[in-house]
Design a protein around this ligand. Structure first.
Ligand code: NAD
Ligand code: TYD
Length: 352
């Protein structure tokens, strides 16, 4: 691989930290610059094992600040951008859509503009936008999202990601910027902020707190081990076709209540509690507004064209995930102190 300087945005978040770790360790000749605003979801504790590496630099900054980005791009000669920085939680997008518009849409355009201004004729450059399958909307009992599925976003989060996908494609068609986009299903694994289903429930089971299951619990998600997402991004960044979109998924659909039951079993087992102890914590609560019923990805294209496939089965991945959260209680205690308590109170007070 030719030497490269890559800007990863959102590298202190959940998926970003796994990607930065992979790139820093796999490509010692590359320079990896991690730009992150360190919002509630960004945490440098996710990167302690690589922070001293020579090929890694952290820059604190906000992608909503266009002047800051222009200056950064003028100073650094980036060969590529892998853009993950975003507001990422659907429930927060329902209570505060504007912060999603700012970061996910305006922030993405600011990045595209900064890259365009500094990249001249685009020779050897690449802008990779990391996106979600939620842009496709919701599925019924059958069918899968393919790269040809029409966009039909239904939450402020997915609408903001759809909008940023469109803008990235527009910069490709209008200005000739080399781009690639991937739309991935739900990720799980270490370092995920405990607002998302799995880490929130693992933490609640540990503390014997209610497990707030939205609606009838039969909503379906297609789960992917986060390190598999990072390897997919690596392959697509290096080998994906200019201008193309790739769907990434685990071929691993679960109804929420089924994955919750499996998780309760694994957590109880690892805590040495008798089987079924934490079943009583399941609490059906008021549904999420506009809750998408089912997501499921057809990941044939990335497999056939680039040879990528998920590596881990769910039971193994979930066992590793639970083990990580239980062994890293300091990480969990740190991120659930302070503002998290207020968030939890606001989000769940009238639900549970
Ligand atoms: P996350 O919320 O854990 O991390 C987001 C990161 O972006 C944080 O480090 C945060 O500090 C940073 N950030 C937020 N606003 C910023 C700003 N204005 N300027 C600079 N940095 C900012 O999110 P995640 O789950 O790691 O998701 C990363 C990306 O992958 C997002 O674009 C998301 O839409 C996409 N995605 C996530 C999933 C999933 O299951 N989590 C699935 C598919 C796609
Ligand atoms: P989430 O982790 O928020 O991911 P997304 O909404 O992006 O798919 O939620 C996953 C599923 O779990 C979704 O169907 C909503 C449901 N859910 C609950 O039932 N209770 C909760 O407290 C949370 C956070 C999610």
């Amino acid at each position: 691989m030719a030497k490269q300087k890559i800007l990863v945005t959102g590298g202190a978040g959940f998926i970003g930290s796994h990607l930065v770790r992979l790139l820093v360790n796999k490509y010692p000749d590359y320079q990896i610059v991690n730009l992150d605003a360190l919002t509630y979801a960004g945490n440098l504790a996710n990167l302690t094992d690589i922070e001293q590496k020579d090929n890694y630099t952290f820059v604190k900054g906000d992608i909503v600040d266009a002047d800051f980005l222009d200056q950064l791009f003028a100073e650094q000669n980036f060969d590529g951008v892998i853009h993950l920085a975003a507001e990422s939680h659907v429930d927060r997008s329902i209570t505060d859509p504007m912060s999603f518009i700012k970061t996910n849409i305006i922030g993405t355009v600011n990045l595209l503009n900064a890259a365009r201004k500094s990249w001249g004729d685009f020779e050897g450059k690449r802008f990779y936008h990391v996106s979600t399958d939620e842009v496709y909307g919701t599925l019924g009992e059958t069918g899968l999202f393919t790269e040809e599925t029409s966009y039909d976003p239904r939450s402020p989060y997915s609408a903001s990601k759809a909008s940023s996908d469109h803008l990235v494609r527009a910069y490709h068609h209008t200005y000739g910027m080399p781009i690639v986009i991937s739309n991935c299903s739900n990720n799980y694994g270490p370092f995920q902020f405990p607002e998302k289903l799995l880490p929130l429930f693992i933490n609640n089971i540990k503390h014997n707190k209610a497990l707030p299951v939205y609606g009838d619990g039969k909503y379906t998600r297609d789960w992917l081990w986060v390190e598999d997402h990072a390897t997919a991004i690596d392959v697509i960044y290096h080998e994906g076709k200019n201008g193309d979109t790739y769907n990434i998924g685990g071929h691993n659909e679960w109804k929420n209540i089924d994955i919750i039951n499996l998780m309760i079993k694994i957590v109880d087992e690892q805590l040495g509690r008798p089987e079924g102890t934490s079943q009583k914590l399941i609490t059906y609560v008021k549904d999420r507004a506009g809750h998408d019923r089912r997501y499921a990805i057809d990941a044939t294209k990335v497999k056939d064209e680039l040879g990528w496939m998920p590596s881990l089965q769910m039971e193994e991945g979930l066992t590793r995930t639970v083990k990580w959260y239980l062994e890293n209680s300091e990480w969990m205690d740190n991120v659930t102190s302070g503002n998290y308590q207020q968030y939890y109170e606001q989000m769940y007070a009238d639900r549970v």
